[in-house]
Write a protein that binds this ligand. Structure first.
Ligand SMILES: Cc1cc2nc3c(=O)[nH]c(=O)nc-3n(C[C@H](O)[C@H](O)[C@H](O)COP(=O)(O)O)c2cc1C
Length: 252
């Protein structure tokens, strides 16, 4: 499969065979991550590859018990990382000024560009992957378990391994929902309804409404999956952690 076909065939895999990922395949994935564009070629990110079963079991708990974390042979935590660069600067008579929001954003971008390259490379090798948003929800516990130092914070995690499932492609909104030519074209109510019409009319959606006992698909998100009180709770937790890990100190 060529690169475009690999990308267009992406689907998240949530069931894995126990077969280990060969070392050369893992190295290809990690090299693909390293080859990604990054801020100033400073590479202000780190990738923590966890294959140890006992550690993966503990990580599984921090990822709200998602079974794939225990099942998949590889777990990678992608971190925004100013620790390494700061150390180098200080050893070379240079005073780093990266303990601020701008550099968290830069470092998070670096980490995420690397993570997506890792994922594409994994899929090109016939592996499955799934992102774990829970990496930011329980970043404090992951930091403790994986000995992550000051100046480093998880921004994403993935599992990778050989798929034990072949789910269908999930839908996407039509291209005009997400692409704006020349300037941003804001959405009228009619445009919003048209863009979401197909998704809202699917059988899958109708079943979701029954399962969740709600009236609209939007309510599945706002009331069931990502409710305000959880969003606020985990935002405050992550904000506190950003400060603790040295990303929001603004030179103090
Ligand atoms: C940042 C991020 C966090 C995610 N977290 C989870 C997760 O915790 N559990 C899960 O099963 N899928 C997770 N996913 C996968 C998405 O649900 C999935 O990509 C989306 O539903 C589209 O499906 P597809 O990847 O199969 O095309 C996450 C994806 C992203 C990008």
């Amino acid at each position: 499969m060529n690169t475009i076909d690999t990308i267009l065939n992406h689907r998240s895999i949530r069931k894995y065979k126990p077969d280990p990922v060969p070392e050369n395949v893992l190295n290809d994935m990690l090299n693909a991550g390293i080859r990604a564009s990054n801020t100033g070629n400073m590479q202000v990110y780190s990738m923590i590859v966890t294959r140890d079963e006992a550690l993966r079991k503990q990580l599984c708990g921090f990822h709200f018990g998602q079974k794939m974390v225990e099942q998949a042979p590889v777990h990678i935590t992608f971190c925004a990382d100013i620790n390494r660069f700061n150390k180098w600067c200080r050893m070379r008579k240079a005073e780093p000024g990266y303990d601020n929001l701008l550099w968290f954003v830069n470092a998070a971008i670096d980490a995420l560009l690397a993570s997506q390259n890792v994922c594409v490379a994994a899929e090109a090798h016939g592996l499955g992957i799934c992102y774990l948003g829970t990496a930011t929800y329980n970043a404090d516990k992951i930091i403790e378990l994986l000995d992550i130092p000051h100046g480093v914070i998880p921004v994403a995690a993935i599992v990778a391994g050989y798929p034990d499932d072949n789910p269908p492609l999930t839908d996407r909104l039509p291209m005009e929902a997400v692409v704006h030519y020349e300037k941003y074209q804001d959405y009228s109510n009619e445009a919003i309804s048209a863009l979401y019409a197909e998704r809202e009319s699917q059988e899958f959606t109708k079943n979701l409404l029954i399962e969740n006992n709600v009236e609209t698909l939007a309510q599945v998100f706002t009331e069931r999956r990502y409710a305000t009180k959880d969003n606020v709770f985990f935002s405050e937790k992550y904000l506190g952690l950003l400060k603790k890990q040295g990303f929001l100190n603004h030179g103090e």
